[in-house]
Design a protein around this ligand. Structure first.
Ligand SMILES: NC(=O)c1ccc[n+]([C@@H]2O[C@H](COP(=O)([O-])OP(=O)(O)OC[C@H]3O[C@@H](n4cnc5c(N)ncnc54)[C@H](O)[C@@H]3O)[C@@H](O)[C@H]2O)c1
Length: 256
């Protein structure tokens, strides 16, 4: 099933692999020869994704975990290290939000939940893999931020806690890249534009989606596979000296 075996024998932890962008990244990495550790809170979806990968000749294991809980993240990563002795790639995919409440209606718990899912989870996972990556003098950490972490979407409503968390992820990435680059570890962010994943179908109405697609310079929404190919590039040897960047995959939705 492999295409160029770009990730042969790499151990890749992919969080939020149960659906959407994480699923697409996990499947793309498996096609390139990685052993993919699928992590998500939704075990049923993880089982489906693992089955798809194995049926296509790839290798995958799964761990069910709530990534907003640091003890569950540590257990997940320690289990991977025990089984495989290394972690080559971490994809921080967990994130999202459920509403577009204006600032004067955002509760403390809503704020905390969104920061926790989109930012804390990536910190917990990055911290947990960092020691083994430093020891092995090799690693790739790639987080899914969002255009919302760079600027409000020009063509549709935005959500403040989400944009704040995703901007935090970009800042954290730059600092980590500087800190651990000396160990051969690259740390980067992908900032996707709107892609039709199950969550996006739920939160954005058709008018909003049509609006974004028609206003994008390329007159279309991106697809999950576009992010997967960007992640593959950043994870590959070809990108060995690319670190601290934000790679926008957005059909021109934001041009800086
Ligand atoms: N889809 C887009 O348009 C888009 C745009 C920009 C950024 N992003 C970012 O990309 C990432 C993936 O987005 P998506 O649209 O594929 O999301 P999605 O909601 O379709 O999938 C997210 C997955 O995360 C899992 N998850 C949720 N909470 C969890 C937790 N506490 N612990 C472990 N797993 C948990 C869910 O079960 C689900 O399988 C997110 O970080 C999102 O913010 C997406």
């Amino acid at each position: 099933m492999s295409r160029l075996n770009k990730l042969d024998n790499n151990i890749a932890i992919v969080t939020a692999a149960g659906q959407g962008l994480g699923e697409s990244i996990a499947k793309t990495f498996a096609k390139e020869g990685a052993i993919v550790i699928l992590v998500d809170i939704n075990q049923q979806e993880l089982l489906r994704v693992r089955e798809d990968i194995i049926e296509s000749g790839g290798k995958a294991a799964l761990v069910t975990a709530d990534l907003t809980k640091s003890d569950q993240v540590n257990d997940m990563v320690n289990g991977v290290i025990k089984d495989y002795k290394k972690v080559d790639i971490l994809i921080n995919g967990a994130g999202g939000f459920q509403s577009f409440s204006p600032i004067n209606e955002i509760t403390d718990s809503e704020w905390d939940d969104v920061i926790s899912l989109n930012l804390n989870s990536a910190f917990y996972c990055s911290r947990a893999v960092s020691s083994i990556m430093i020891e092995n003098k090799k690693g790739r950490i790639i987080s899914l931020s969002s255009g919302a972490g760079i600027a409000p979407n020009p063509y549709a409503p935005s959500y403040i806690p989400y944009g704040a968390a995703k901007a935090g992820l970009i800042g954290m990435t730059k600092l980590m890249a500087r800190d651990i680059g000396q160990y051969g570890i690259t740390v980067n962010v992908i900032a996707p534009g709107t892609a039709l994943t199950p969550r996006v179908r739920r939160i954005r109405d058709q008018e909003s989606l049509d609006n974004i697609a028609s206003m994008n310079p390329m007159r279309n929404l991106i697809e999950p596979r576009d992010c997967a190919e960007a992640a593959l590039f950043l994870a590959s040897d070809e990108a060995r000296y690319i670190t601290g960047i934000t790679l926008m995959v957005n059909a021109g939705n934001l041009i800086l």
